[in-house]
Design a protein around this ligand. Structure first.
Ligand code: ZN
Length: 263
């Protein structure tokens, strides 16, 4: 009798072990399935990331702004044929600017006046022949003071660009001064008009072209009165980063003196 009672216990044990092994196997199989599923999910999300970043189309908003960024300085002459394609707007007297910059220039002047100041554009476009006249005058002045022609030319270049190398040839540079004091001196930086222009010109696409701390890069002495149109995008960047046009063109990898291609 006792023997018979032992048999079912063994069956229970065997049954329990078998059931245990089955459950364990099931757990292992299930966890394998889960890990495969997780892997698939990860690769799906990875590939969805890749496709979403492919969607951006940056180039669409890039309008051709190369005309606003033509560099003319002591090392970069006015591109050949540039002056022939200029269309002018007359401001007053003999002062003209490229018609393309006129609306924003006018707005800047209007807003400066609305702020209570009296700015006046004293110089705009200058032809290469006009610049030759100004440059020769400067050379003669030095020669009268005992300089050789060569020495006088070197000195004159510090104050007056050689013909073909003045930014005023572009029709996109203007000298602005207070109506009450039109002398281009460095202490004009203290006048209300110049202070306003320095703080606000970038909003209209203009930059202070020859800042005091960039003389070795621009090649021109500090000129608080000289403003150059470069467009709003470049003006904002140049102002925010406290750089000059030469540095901007280099940083952005914009090839310099390539304007001849658009003639
Ligand atoms: Zn100027």
């Amino acid at each position: 009798m006792r023997y018979h009672r032992a048999n079912p216990t063994i069956y229970y044990i065997i049954g329990a072990v078998a059931a245990g092994i089955f459950v364990l196997n099931s757990i292992v199989a299930l966890s394998n399935k889960i890990s495969v599923a997780l892997k698939n999910m990860k690769s799906v999300s990875d590939s969805s990331l890749v496709t979403s970043s492919d969607d951006s189309t940056e180039s669409e908003e890039e309008e051709d702004e190369s005309w606003k960024l033509i560099l003319v300085n002591s090392w970069n002459p006015l591109p050949d044929g540039y002056e022939k394609k200029l269309e002018f707007v007359k401001l007053r007297g003999d002062i003209w600017v490229d018609e393309q910059i006129y609306p924003e220039l006018q707005q800047m002047m209007d807003d400066c006046r609305a702020a209570g100041f009296r700015p006046i554009v004293c110089s705009g476009y200058r032809s290469t022949s006009k610049q030759k006249e100004l440059f020769d005058q400067e050379v003669k002045k030095y020669m009268r003071n005992g300089y050789s022609e060569e020495g006088a030319t070197v000195e004159a270049q510090k104050l007056q660009a050689r013909p073909g190398y003045s930014e005023h040839h572009l029709g996109m540079a203007v000298d602005i001064l207070p109506e009450s004091n039109q002398y281009p001196t460095q202490d004009q930086e203290n006048s209300d008009e110049i202070k306003w222009l320095m703080a606000n010109c970038y909003k209209y696409g203009f930059i202070l072209r020859y800042p005091s701390d960039k003389v070795d890069i621009t090649g021109i002495h500090y000129e608080p009165w000289h403003y150059r149109y470069v467009g709003k995008k470049a003006a904002q960047y140049i102002t925010e980063h406290k750089i000059c046009l030469e540095e901007y063109l280099k940083e952005k990898g914009i090839p310099q003196n390539t304007a001849t291609s658009s003639n």
